[in-house]
Ligand binder design. Structure first.
Ligand SMILES: *[C@@H]1O[C@H](CO)[C@@H](O)[C@H](O)[C@H]1NC(C)=O
Ligand SMILES: *[C@@H]1O[C@H](CO)[C@@H](O)[C@H](O)[C@H]1NC(C)=O
Ligand SMILES: *[C@@H]1O[C@H](CO)[C@@H](O)[C@H](O)[C@H]1NC(C)=O
Ligand SMILES: *[C@@H]1O[C@H](CO)[C@@H](O)[C@H](O)[C@H]1NC(C)=O
Ligand SMILES: *[C@@H]1O[C@H](CO)[C@@H](O)[C@H](O)[C@H]1NC(C)=O
Ligand SMILES: *[C@@H]1O[C@H](CO)[C@@H](O)[C@H](O)[C@H]1NC(C)=O
Ligand SMILES: *[C@@H]1O[C@H](CO)[C@@H](O)[C@H](O)[C@H]1NC(C)=O
Ligand SMILES: *[C@@H]1O[C@H](CO)[C@@H](O)[C@H](O)[C@H]1NC(C)=O
Ligand SMILES: *[C@@H]1O[C@H](CO)[C@@H](O)[C@H](O)[C@H]1NC(C)=O
Ligand SMILES: *[C@@H]1O[C@H](CO)[C@@H](O)[C@H](O)[C@H]1NC(C)=O
Ligand SMILES: *[C@@H]1O[C@H](CO)[C@@H](O)[C@H](O)[C@H]1NC(C)=O
Ligand SMILES: *[C@@H]1O[C@H](CO)[C@@H](O)[C@H](O)[C@H]1NC(C)=O
Length: 522
């Protein structure tokens, strides 16, 4: 029982010590095959001998060349040949010979014939799994998978399940003696992916048959796809959808989601691709402001997820009116946070894009675009454009720059200075005459002083304001004019960006003059 040969002869015991009844040989025949049972230990003079074979004690065949049988036949040397073995041929066979002069039959061979059948009809059942065109099965990750192998063998079989995966040292094994062998994997994982093989071995003939099945574990991405874009050439924009982390790769598509408010019904963007990154070149002419563009990912496991964004035309915001003092530097500022895909923003004068030169410093800090004009002259006065463009279109913020001659301004400063001085003297005198109070608080509005010319009067800044208040509280009476040196008239060099960032006013619309009221204790 130890070799894998189809027909196996095993000498159990030496014939000298064996009684006539004892089994001398084992012969294993394969069902359907032919076998020859040898008649050994014959008399020396073979030519004078007749043979017959008994099966389990009954004669099945006597040597008779004139009457050949399909199933059993006795060869010239006495061997019994059985063709097309059947399970019913399994028996103890005995060879007997008789000399020609009519002496009694003598037993020469006792042979136990065993018939082995199979393994046949080996079949695998893996559930729940889906079969691909190439025969490979796949299951969804985390599913409970049941494996069943069945095979037919006579008289018995040894079934084994193994998993062959290069990354696994020890194959999983399950063996049994029945007609089928089952096992299951609960919550199957990626590491369980591999080739599953069921081996069936006939316990008698040791004939081995196996059948393999490649099993893939599919999983969908856990996250949503990511929508992004890149500026293409002038007429196109590139929409990019990425959805990583799945096996096999998903299918993705881009499409426009039409809102009810959108009247125009443009062509639908739709591209289907078997990659984790889907890029599509979209002609900007088919894009419309406020439209939603969506990327939907489909995975074979049935998972569907999407990302989208709403297209927005640029909308640069900033202060439309700026006044600068001749000889100073002035910074114009605008911000563009609105556009989607993001806009390219530049400063322009007339139709020319302003580049960094000795005269101009162009800077970009996040969504804020700044233009600094160095040593402002009267020639710099005029209209500047903060020009933003994205694939949907372009919009510009118009900024008007006024330039004030420094001499005019000097005159204004002196005028205001004198006015304040006069008023303060008057106030202090009045207070001194009619009251003993040591704290005087008077609010003055200076905006009317030079409003039409864009001059701005303000206290220097908050820190100095504190100092100023303190100084006022200890303001000595009448004769001490030093307190007035803490008041200063200047132009606001740049606009108030925070106000504009929150503004929902239309681009280009003039804001109220930014003249601030100078209010504070004097
Ligand atoms: C068995 O023997 C028969 C003739 O008796 C022959 O036709 C057949 O091919 C043989 N089968 C095998 C498997 O050798
Ligand atoms: C064998 O038998 C034949 C005839 O049956 C006989 O002629 C021959 O002599 C015998 N040989 C021996 C060695 O006995
Ligand atoms: C008898 O003959 C058969 C076929 O001719 C052969 O296979 C077998 O080995 C022979 N047996 C003996 C004992 O010589
Ligand atoms: C038959 O022949 C054998 C030798 O071949 C001999 O030994 C035996 O005695 C004979 N038997 C009879 C009954 O003649
Ligand atoms: C069968 O197809 C799948 C997916 O197309 C592939 O991953 C697998 O390697 C293929 N198997 C064979 C044996 O070709
Ligand atoms: C496994 O397969 C065998 C043979 O096809 C079948 O008899 C048995 O019921 C199966 N087991 C299960 C749990 O389906
Ligand atoms: C079944 O086969 C396995 C592997 O080939 C072996 O380890 C096991 O001993 C066998 N079982 C029987 C009952 O033969
Ligand atoms: C073996 O398992 C690893 C995960 O542990 C998997 O990535 C790999 O694809 C598997 N190999 C095969 C041939 O399926
Ligand atoms: C997109 O294309 C796929 C196939 O390429 C098609 O099945 C689907 O209906 C299309 N979707 C739209 C909105 O046209
Ligand atoms: C204006 O900017 C230039 C260059 O940055 C600088 O050299 C100059 O001092 C600035 N002038 C004033 C008045 O701030
Ligand atoms: C600014 O530079 C661009 C190229 O970088 C050029 O096309 C443009 O004419 C320049 N503008 C001016 C005003 O020089
Ligand atoms: C500013 O420009 C004026 C006239 O263009 C020039 O005289 C003056 O030197 C410049 N000042 C600086 C700091 O560049």
């Amino acid at each position: 029982m130890t070799t894998g040969a189809i027909i196996l002869y095993l000498l159990l015991l030496s014939h000298q010590t064996v009684s006539e009844e004892q089994v001398q040989r084992y012969v294993i025949g394969e069902k359907g095959e032919n076998t020859t049972l040898q008649c050994l230990d014959q008399p020396v003079n073979v030519s004078s001998v007749r043979y017959r074979w008994k099966k389990d004690g009954a004669v099945v065949r006597t040597q008779n060349p004139s009457n050949p049988s399909e199933h059993h036949s006795i060869l010239n040397n006495g061997s019994l040949r059985i063709s097309g073995l059947l399970y019913i041929d399994e028996a103890l066979y005995t060879c007997e010979c008789q000399t020609n002069n009519g002496s009694s039959w003598k037993t020469h061979s006792n042979i136990q014939l065993k018939i082995a059948g199979g393994p046949t009809s080996i079949s695998l059942d893996i559930r729940p799994a889906t079969r691909l065109n190439n025969g490979t099965l796949f299951v969804d990750i985390s599913s409970d998978v049941f494996f069943n192998c069945s095979s037919e063998s006579y008289p018995s079989q040894n079934l084994t399940w193994t998993v062959e995966n290069l990354t696994r040292d020890n194959p999983d094994r399950a063996s049994g003696n029945q007609s089928h062998l089952e096992f299951s994997i609960s919550k199957i994982q990626l590491k369980d992916q591999g080739t599953y093989t069921c081996t069936s071995q006939n316990t008698l003939s040791m004939t081995t048959v196996n059948k393999s099945q490649e099993l893939l574990v599919y999983y969908a991405p856990e996250r949503h796809p990511e929508c992004s874009w890149e500026a293409g050439n002038e007429s196109h924009v590139l929409f990019i959808c990425t959805w990583n982390g799945s096996y096999p790769v998903p299918t993705m598509s881009w499409h426009e989601v039409y809102k009810k408010s959108v009247i125009a019904k443009g062509p639908t963007i739709n591209s289907t691709s078997q990659t984790e990154r889907l890029e599509i070149q979209v002609n900007r002419h088919i894009l419309h402001d406020k439209e939603e563009v969506k990327c939907t990912g489909h995975h074979v496991t049935g998972v569907e997820k999407s990302c989208s964004f709403n297209l927005e035309i640029p909308y640069p915001l900033g202060d439309p009116l700026v006044t600068a003092l001749e000889g100073s530097n002035i910074t114009l500022s605008c911000s563009e946070t609105h556009a989607l895909p993001p806009a390219k923003t530049v400063w322009k004068k007339m139709d020319d894009v302003i580049n960094n030169t000795m005269k101009y410093i162009v800077s970009e800090n996040g969504p804020v675009y700044k233009l600094t004009i160095i040593n402002v002259t009267q020639d710099d006065a005029g209209i500047y454009y903060c020009y933003s463009e994205n694939p949907l279109g372009a919009r510009e913020l118009e900024v008007i720059l006024y330039v004030k001659a420094s001499a005019d301004n000097g005159g204004a400063v002196v005028g205001v200075f004198v006015s304040i001085l006069v008023m303060m003297i008057g106030i202090v005198v009045s207070v001194t005459l009619y009251s003993k109070r040591d704290r005087i608080c008077i609010g003055l509005e200076f905006s009317h002083l030079d409003n039409d010319r864009g001059d701005i009067l303000s206290l220097v800044d908050s820190d100095e304001e504190e100092i100023f208040s303190d100084s006022v509280s200890q303001l000595p009476p009448l004769t001490n004019g030093h307190a007035t040196t803490l008041v200063e008239i200047h132009r606001i060099p740049s606009v108030d960006h925070d106000d504009n960032a929150d503004s929902t006013e239309h681009t280009g619309q003039a804001h109220p003059d930014q003249t601030e009221a100078a209010q504070g204790p004097l």
